[in-house]
Design a protein around this ligand. Structure first.
Ligand code: AMP
Ligand code: MG
Length: 408
């Protein structure tokens, strides 16, 4: 057996980000930039009002209840050439350029208007309620560096610069195929047959993590069928995941076929984790496409996806941070087990409690075949080899979903 870290390092060693492409900016959310972008324009691009109110000269308004003559009015999208002279003010709306002569703005709610004049209640300081040119961005400033993730705010800031496309790593296209003679596509089940759950699970997990899933169907436990399926997959996908056929059964041909196809670049491992011990990884030397042969049991499949596949796919996507957050949590129940030399991966439900800490309850029913039992899990406790853990102990867990952390 090898440790989970060693298996993970082995997988990651052969992988690098997919070749970058030019993407429409509007479709670039979540992508990882591959080139530097510098600012062409300042932001704000002109000095403007932060409030609806009155543009004025702060020197005129050093005392309360100062009366100024209104000389003009300026709306967002317009500009005014009327100079604001001593004792004068211009009505101004949020986002309108500051008129010449003015150096500050008094908000509408701090003044009253009476017969063509405005009375300003309080003293105003130079620059009050003014948004200055270049305050957010100066020309030539670096806006994007290779490895930066396109967030909504970054996308918006780039759009505001007039950019319409960006050079970024593409979203990996990831093929998923299930293996096993027991799997049936549709219709009634005969004795011993089951419906495929791994493929829908993985396709959904891929979509959830922002990858582009490709359904490659089911393949029978026959070497020539598996060979044909893997061969076809490497032409269309950036990565391929199969489930089943990697352990010690007499029909476990996935590892055999991957070894035939990729020789030394295929490695069948016994990883010291529970569940998910058998794992085969292969790299197609021709186009650097990784193949992940995950164990067939549904929970093992998901564990293998989280530990080995997801970080690897994030590497292909160009992500600097390839891991989910791993955080300490208070164990809220006993976790019974025997020492067995393995890292135990236990799905659980975690929430932020009143003490401000994350607490986790492991799910009562554990078994690599119990898929529905983990359907509500939002974390994966990582308990290194050892005896049972007692409620109150601290554990580390991978956060899988963060939408309901505060819903105690
Ligand atoms: P294997 O790794 O092929 O020996 O499969 C281990 C267990 O997982 C067996 O009970 C299989 O029937 C089950 N299994 C394999 N593939 C799937 C699948 N795609 N969906 C649901 N269960 C599966
Ligand atoms: Mg099988």
């Amino acid at each position: 057996m090898i440790g989970a870290d060693e298996a993970r390092s082995y997988v990651l060693a052969g992988l690098s980000p997919l070749a970058p492409l030019e993407h429409p900016l509007a479709a670039s959310i979540g992508l990882v930039a591959a080139s530097t972008v510098t600012a062409r324009e300042p932001a704000p691009s002109f000095t403007n009002s932060a409030m609806d109110g009155f543009a004025l000269r702060a020197n005129d308004v050093t005392a309360s209840e100062t009366r100024l003559r209104i000389v003009d009015s300026v709306f967002a999208g317009e500009s005014s050439n009327v100079v604001v002279g001593r004792g004068e003010a211009t009505r101004i709306m949020t986002g309108a350029p500051l008129p010449p002569g003015a150096d500050s703005v008094c908000p509408r709610e701090d003044a009253v208007v009476e017969d063509g004049h405005v009375v300003i209640h309080h003293a105003v300081a130079v620059g009050d309620s003014v948004r200055h040119v270049g305050e957010d961005i100066t020309v030539g400033q670096t806006l994007v560096e290779p490895g930066d993730v396109i967030t909504p705010a970054l996308l918006g800031a780039l759009a505001a610069q007039g950019l319409t496309s960006i050079n970024a790593h593409p979203v990996p296209r990831v093929g998923v195929l299930s293996t096993g003679n027991e799997l049936v596509e549709s219709g009634p089940l005969r004795a011993g047959q089951i419906r495929d759950s791994n493929r829908p699970t993985l396709l959904a997990a891929l979509a959830r993590s922002g990858f582009s899933p490709v359904d490659l169907g089911t393949v029978r436990d026959a070497k020539e069928d598996l060979r044909a399926a893997f061969d076809a997959a490497r032409a269309t996908c950036d990565a391929v995941i199969s489930t089943g056929g990697v352990s010690a059964g007499d029909a476990d041909f996935v590892k055999v076929v991957l070894a035939e196809l990729f020789g030394e670049r295929a490695r069948s491992m016994q990883v010291a984790i529970r569940p998910g011990k058998p794992f085969t990884f292969a790299l197609d030397a021709a186009n650097a496409t990784p193949f992940f042969g995950l164990a067939g049991n549904p929970v093992s499949t998901l564990v293998g996806f989280e530990l080995f596949v997801r970080p690897a796919l994030r590497r292909l996507a160009g992500q600097r941070d390839i891991d989910r957050p791993i955080v300490p949590m208070v164990l809220d129940c006993d976790l019974t087990r025997q020492p067995d030399g393995k890292l135990h991966l236990v799905h659980g439900i975690c929430r932020v409690h009143d003490d401000g800490r994350l607490h986790v309850e492991s799910l009562a029913r554990r078994g690599s075949h119990l898929l529905f039992a983990i359907a509500q899990a939002n974390c994966l406790v990582m308990a290194p080899d050892g005896p049972s853990l007692a409620a109150g102990e601290s554990v580390r867990a991978l956060v899988l979903e963060d939408d309901h952390l505060n819903a105690v």
